[in-house]
Ligand binder design. Structure first.
Ligand code: SF4
Length: 306
């Protein structure tokens, strides 16, 4: 049996994402570390789905993306979790890397809306997605939050084992940008639109430069750009992927600032340069994040969603 949800088109049981059609999630939390228009007063209602169709070799959430942590949820339980986040004042529902669960998440979102969900639904993904799947998702998704890894297929193959990433991601972003219109409420909370994230990889500055050039031409005025400078070398047990072993340097960070000026990209976000691994989450702990960064609403270890 083959799966056609994401571009990997895997054949069961060797699914790249490691999951099947039953929804699994590790954690739901009110997250205060996302871009300000996504946080609002209540925090972004993040739901971390187990498994991932990218499995980046430096993933800070590797315990979840490798499927080590997670509990099964029926469609009804997922809808209940979404409502629970809203009841706890979540600004939105933020599905974190749920591409491989798209059909189930669409069903759960429709059910949650029937049950009173009114906050925007946010799709936080790797951008390695089929337009056909995105079209189905657009029935329920209000805000697209793709993380554009690279526009260089050679790098994509080397780091992400994904030789067509750039071609697929460009089509996915094109769909997202043109499908959504940027809207905000009176307090500046985003209601719909697209924010394109990019994690700057140390030693891969040409890759970042080509993304900035691409954004200036295709995204400017239609989407926001969010640059992440938090790259941290992570050791994932049993994996030997080749990843940068350093943090982003001040020189590299300054170069990015210079390019932003050169390409006249003004509308977006850039993280301040901070290095250190203290903040890396350990999802086996009761409180994986600093308490100022997130408030946990549900964890798979706690059992079914109440
Ligand atoms: S796409 Fe995101 S969640 Fe998936 S492996 Fe990469 S960093 Fe981790």
């Amino acid at each position: 049996m083959s799966c056609k949800i994401c571009p990997r088109h895997c054949t069961h049981p060797s699914n790249f994402c490691g999951e099947n059609s039953i929804l699994r999630a590790a954690l739901a939390a009110l997250h205060f570390g996302e871009e300000p228009p996504l946080v609002g007063h209540g925090g972004s209602g993040t739901i971390f789905l187990s498994g991932c169709n990218m499995k980046c070799p430096f993933c800070q959430n590797w315990q979840i993306s490798r499927g080590e942590i997670g509990g099964e949820l029926s469609i009804e339980q997922m809808a209940r979790l979404m409502i629970k986040l809203q009841s706890n004042r979540a600004t939105n529902i933020n599905f974190v890397t749920g591409s491989h669960f798209s059909p189930g998440l669409i069903q759960a979102s429709l059910l949650a809306k029937q049950q009173g969900l009114i906050v925007p639904i946010l799709w936080n993904s790797s951008a390695y997605e089929k337009v056909q799947t995105l079209e189905s998702l657009s029935e329920v998704v209000n805000i697209w939050l793709p993380d554009l890894k690279t526009l260089d297929n050679t790098i994509a193959k080397k780091i992400y084992r994904c030789s067509d990433y750039a071609d697929v991601a460009k089509k996915a972003l094109d769909f997202m940008i043109n499908q959504s219109t940027e809207k905000y409420d009176e307090s500046g909370v985003m209601l719909s639109g697209t924010i394109i994230r990019h994690l700057i990889l140390p030693g891969h500055m040409e890759s970042t430069q080509s993304i900035l050039r691409w954004f200036a031409k295709h995204g400017q005025g239609k989407a926001k750009l969010s640059l992440l400078s938090q790259y941290t070398p992570v050791i994932i047990p049993g994996e030997t992927g080749k990843i940068p072993q350093s943090y982003l340097s001040q020189r590299e960070y300054d170069l990015v600032l210079k390019w932003l000026e050169e390409y006249q990209i003004e509308d977006g976000f850039i993280q301040e340069l901070e290095t250190g691994s203290d903040w890396l989450p350990d999802f086996r702990e009761n409180q994986p994040f600093d308490s100022s960064l997130a408030r946990i609403i549900w964890r798979a270890q706690d059992g079914p969603v109440g």
